[in-house]
Design a protein around this ligand. Structure first.
Ligand code: NDP
Length: 449
């Protein structure tokens, strides 16, 4: 039996050797290893059984060719993936991402993160992630449809309501989920909840669309309350203007916060007195239905637009990182601290670099990591699966209450494992250890598999 203590650097060297050229995966694992390895060293049953080595190796990686025809009759070839990371505590569950330059590296980082996030939701959900290097931007609806049908023609062999239940992510919204579900139904001749984020007419759940953003704000609220603060009257910046960002902004406003900046990859809008509800609804319509750019908002409402900029430069008390990975760097963290920011919540997956997260912690900024803060989306996906199995639909109030309760429970788990001397809570450590323990104990129970 092995009983030597694990060493973070040695563990990382081994991981990098086995998975070369995958910097995002390395980053995601290091973030977990830094907090989980000291815990593992106090609990030798996890060392002897090599649980962390097993948890960093996906159960399987599926890669496939996706061939489709564009509007001009040209044949296009993309690559599809599904990384089924871990099903120790439930069927594989996680989003599909359609974006140019999507790599296996990104999907492994996302699938690994998903393992911990899904464990924290308190629901029986395993972890997966998938997608394609297909970019829906600029494609016609018919092209997107043909791509989704071709993608599902292969993916359907690997998914099922008790096996693997994909959902949306970047580039995969309601339109794409509808095309994917339609094709699955056609191929399998079965109507069951194999995807989440479906339309309400065919088995979708109320508030799924809003859930990640709403959950991020509920988590921020819990974190502030725990430290004697509140959202009321706080000036907030939100990066991105996609699904997560828009509904983060909506819930901030409902809970009394003031949203002064949002962005997309072309730049930042700065609304000095705060967005009004009318302006936010206009922006939701622009982004969800007209697929427009955020600059159109600035042109329409005559507010400031700063091209090629980030929201972090605008002084605010609360920051919500809701766009993409590694969008908040060490320099951004320094700017936030020097401008008096008291809390950061990650609505996107791994939006902060490791250095940025360390800097924020050292400077006592409350920091809600993605796997805890943005778990509301997958949690409501879990509730969509429950409703599908029961063949019924819950009301908006019931679902929002359940979401709020889940986010409170996630916060509680973070406190349980992340409370430090005095008042400070290390939310990264809390989320990592709580998420790890449940999956690791299930894996131990199964023996050597
Ligand atoms: P969307 O595609 O709906 O939105 C992404 C937004 O981020 C767009 O506004 C995009 O702008 C913007 N963006 C991308 N890169 C940058 C950048 N460098 N600077 C500023 N803005 C940028 O995706 P989602 O909202 O669904 O997902 C966002 C993040 O949240 C991802 O990390 C995703 O994995 C994570 N997440 C999503 C969940 C969900 O339920 N949707 C659940 C849990 C996590 P542009 O249009 O210009 O590219």
């Amino acid at each position: 039996m092995f009983s030597n203590k694990l060493n973070i650097e040695e563990f990382m060297q081994g991981l990098i050797k086995r998975n070369p050229h995958e910097p995002e995966f390395h980053q995601a694992v290091r973030e977990v290893a830094e907090s989980v390895i000291p815990y593992i060293n106090q609990n030798p049953q996890y060392i002897e059984t090599r649980i962390l080595e097993r948890m960093t190796e996906p159960d399987r990686v599926i890669s496939f060719r996706v061939c489709w025809e564009d509007d001009d009759g040209r044949i296009r070839v993309n690559r599809g993936y599904r990384v089924q990371f871990n099903n120790a505590i439930g069927p594989y569950k996680g989003g599909l991402r359609f974006t140019t330059h999507l790599t296996l590296d990104t999907l492994k980082f996302l699938g690994f993160e998903q393992t911990f996030k899904n464990s924290l939701t308190t629901l029986p959900l395993g972890a997966a992630k998938g997608g394609s290097d297909f970019n829906p931007k600029g494609k016609s609806d018919r092209e997107v449809m043909r791509f989704c049908q071709a993608f599902m023609s292969e993916l359907h062999k690997h998914i099922g309501p008790d096996m693997d239940i994909p959902a949306g992510d970047i580039g995969v919204g309601g339109r794409e989920i509808s095309y994917l579900f339609g094709q699955y139904k056609r191929l399998e001749n079965r109507f069951h909840g194999v995807l989440t984020g479906k339309g309400l007419e065919y088995g979708g759940s109320l508030i799924r669309k809003e859930a990640t953003g709403f959950g991020t704000v509920f988590f921020m609220n819990e974190m502030l309350k725990h430290h004697g603060e509140s959202l009321d009257g706080k000036r907030c910046v939100v990066s991105g203007s996609g699904n997560v960002a828009l509904y983060t902004a909506e819930k901030i406003m409902q809970l009394g916060g003031i949203v002064i900046a949002m962005s997309d990859s072309s730049g930042v809008i700065h609304v000095k007195d705060g967005l009004t509800l009318e302006q936010l609804n206009w922006l939701i319509d622009l982004k969800e239905h007209r697929r427009g750019r955020i600059k159109e908002f600035a042109d329409h409402f005559n507010c400031e637009f700063v091209p090629d900029s980030k929201v972090w430069t605008i002084p605010a008390q609360l920051a919500f990182a809701c766009a993409t990975q590694n969008e908040l760097t060490i320099d951004d963290a320094k700017t936030l601290v020097s401008n008096g920011c008291i809390a950061v919540a990650e609505g996107a997956n791994m939006p902060s670099t490791l250095e940025a997260a360390h800097y924020l912690k050292e400077n006592k900024v409350l920091f809600a990591p993605a796997k805890a803060a943005n778990a509301g989306g997958v949690a409501v996906s879990g509730l969509e699966m429950t409703q599908n199995s029961m063949r019924l639909s819950w009301s908006m109030e019931e679902l929002e209450d359940r979401l709020k309760t889940i986010m409170k429970q996630i916060h509680k788990q973070c406190i349980q494992h992340g409370q430090e001397d005095g008042e400070h809570v290390d939310y990264v450590r809390g989320a990592n250890i709580a998420g790890f323990k449940k999956v690791a104990d299930a894996m131990l129970a199964y023996g050597v598999v």
